[in-house]
Design a protein around this ligand. Structure first.
Ligand SMILES: [Zn+2]
Length: 350
């Protein structure tokens, strides 16, 4: 709770018992689904969630929107394995939401595959519909580069339009969260998926800002994780110049590309607050605008075991971090912790 109101966290990944990961290992090793599928007892799931719920309580998070672990989505696998694994994962997320209906809402995994297997995202439509209509999910995770080879068309491309159309129809925001990269140059970098998150999410932000996606789908809502990736290093010029960053292409610059008419996408494109560095987060809030951002922690996750020296609390304990940002008003904080999320996630109900 924050000032007597529920805190909504749009960025969480589910916790599962070891049985879930063992099933995934066998699926990949044997190259085929086994038997009648994965069945985790409610008791085993409850044990796996004990730590997760304790951490949410300690982080002052009342309701978390939980999605798959992004590095475990296996979108780079062959389609029959991806389809089976996606349904399995969504069923397990649904089980978690059923066991803790006041604490979690489901965010679907999509059966995304390499562009070499599917010419567009129409293969994701059926599972999105099942997740919303049968499992009660309120959003879906979108991986901008499912094969991890940087050959997927950009998020402005018609490749994505079937998914955008269905997401708009179902009123389900798409949460952009990258997964792994198979770029061999990253092999020596520890936790290189974190680097890939920033690369792919930066590109997603730029391509959506500099395209006509939201003109085609005016009710589509996209939220890009980790503050939307890279921020701008340029000082914005007067809008009348029509050119950002002194005639160069500025990363994250909000000036439209020359061939795209300028539009107001403030009701379409959003970002979460999931940066554990307060300086980075403050700059993101200033550049993106408070109204375009909503609270996200990714707890428990990479920030759980790291102490923030400024707050004396774990890095992913984000309520105290946002609370101490001096330029945010009480109204700003209410929007970040709750109100913008309530508005953007049309299917969410307290
Ligand atoms: Zn995440």
């Amino acid at each position: 709770m924050y000032n007597g109101e529920k805190v909504l966290d749009i960025h969480g990944h589910h916790s599962t018992p070891a049985q879930f990961r063992a099933y995934a290992y066998n699926l990949i090793a044997l190259r085929t689904p086994m038997g009648s599928g994965l069945h985790i007892t409610d008791e085993a799931m409850g044990e796996a969630m004990t730590r997760h719920l304790k951490i949410l309580d300690e982080r002052s998070v009342d309701v978390q929107f939980i999605s798959p672990r992004p590095v475990a989505m296996m979108h780079w696998e062959q389609p029959n394995l991806v389809e089976h694994w996606t349904r399995t994962t969504n069923d397990v997320i649904h089980q978690t939401c059923r066991l803790h209906p006041t604490r979690f809402r489901g965010v679907a995994q999509l059966p995304q595959v390499s562009v070499s297997y599917s010419p567009d995202t129409s293969n994701c439509v059926e599972e999105l519909e099942r997740s919303v209509k049968e499992l009660g999910f309120i959003a879906a995770t979108l991986n901008p580069d499912p094969a991890g080879d940087r050959k997927t068309p950009g998020m402005n491309d018609p490749y994505w339009f079937p998914l955008y159309e269905k997401a708009q129809e179902l009123k389900t925001p798409l949460i952009v969260h990258a997964s792994i990269s198979r770029d061999p140059r990253l092999a020596i970098i520890p936790h290189n998926y974190q680097y890939n998150f920033m690369t792919e999410q930066s590109l997603a932000t730029l391509l959506l800002e500099h395209s006509d996606v939201f003109t085609r789908y005016p009710e589509l809502r996209v939220i890009i994780c980790h503050c939307g990736g890279t921020l701008s290093r340029f000082i914005p010029r007067a809008e009348s110049s029509g050119i950002a960053g002194g005639g160069q292409v500025g990363i994250g610059s909000r000036a439209p590309a020359a061939h795209v008419e300028e539009h107001d996408w403030s009701d379409n494109l959003f970002f979460d607050t999931c940066s554990y560095d307060q300086d980075f987060l403050e700059t993101a809030l200033k550049q993106r605008g408070v109204d375009q951002m909503m609270f996200g922690t990714e707890a428990p996750g990479s920030g759980t075991g790291v102490l923030n020296p400024d707050t004396g609390k774990p890095a992913d304990d984000m309520v105290p971090v946002i609370d101490r940002i001096s330029f945010l008003t009480a109204d700003d904080k209410r929007k970040l912790f709750r109100e913008t999320t309530m508005r953007v996630f049309a299917l969410y109900e307290d």
